[in-house]
Design a protein around this ligand. Sequence first.
Ligand SMILES: Cc1cc2nc3c(=O)[nH]c(=O)nc-3n(C[C@H](O)[C@H](O)[C@H](O)COP(=O)(O)OP(=O)(O)OC[C@H]3O[C@@H](n4cnc5c(N)ncnc54)[C@H](O)[C@@H]3O)c2cc1C
Length: 219
Amino acid sequence: MKTKLELQKVKVLRQREIAPGVFVLSFPRPWDFIAGQVIGLSARETDDARLYSIASGELDDEVDILYNINPTGKLTPWMSRLNTADSLWVSKPFGSFTGKAGAAWWIASGTGIAPFRAMFRTGLTAGKKLLHGGRTLDTFYFEDEFLQTLNGSYVRCCSREEAENVYNGRLTKYLTECETLPPDELYYLCGSAEMVVEVRDILIARGIPFDNIISEIYF
Ligand SMILES: Cc1cc2nc3c(=O)[nH]c(=O)nc-3n(C[C@H](O)[C@H](O)[C@H](O)COP(=O)(O)OP(=O)(O)OC[C@H]3O[C@@H](n4cnc5c(N)ncnc54)[C@H](O)[C@@H]3O)c2cc1C
């Protein structure tokens, strides 16, 4: 999605390719934010910004952005060529897909894991269950961090490859097989429109009130 926002220049601290075509770009944190919020990002002040979830914690000194290259896209191929000390333009954080303390399910596909990593690093993990869906085993970004702290409350659902301790199948299949989906907990969904719509339908069919489902669609 592209959008017009007031932008400020920041300098890249580092850029890491954490899986083929998937990067974490970091810059010094210029503002406060609430875990789960997004920023606009662009190559020039006058360009339309694309939106990205902040993937680092509220108290981290650096802002991390997790993104995958869209080969025919305007911004991400350029972003992937940025090096330390190069400039980019970012907006202030905004958005209402924000984390809270208390029991909740964090459900992500692909780079939709980004806001949950922000909530995780902010310390909102008590009572949370994190489900991450991906096609291949290299798409479970930040899995080392999540495994260390969340143990059995972190479920990786892999549809095309198998591994020990990874659920074999789509996230939607895992959810339909879950014996209990508590109706009084919150369900945060983040990622592709396809995943969000499918999961929302499953949750509603299982009796989760619509108001307990909070969605962020990447488009
Ligand atoms: C709330 C929100 C949060 C998001 N957070 C993240 C995140 O954390 N990480 C992440 O990776 N992504 C995120 N996204 C998606 C991100 O904003 C970008 O859409 C994505 O990175 C692609 O950007 P791009 O400039 O490379 O591609 P774009 O230039 O936007 O192109 C996207 C696709 O549209 C096609 N296209 C572009 N212009 C036209 C046109 N005029 N006619 C026809 N087709 C066209 C391109 O060929 C391409 O396939 C988020 C989106 C939203 C809405």
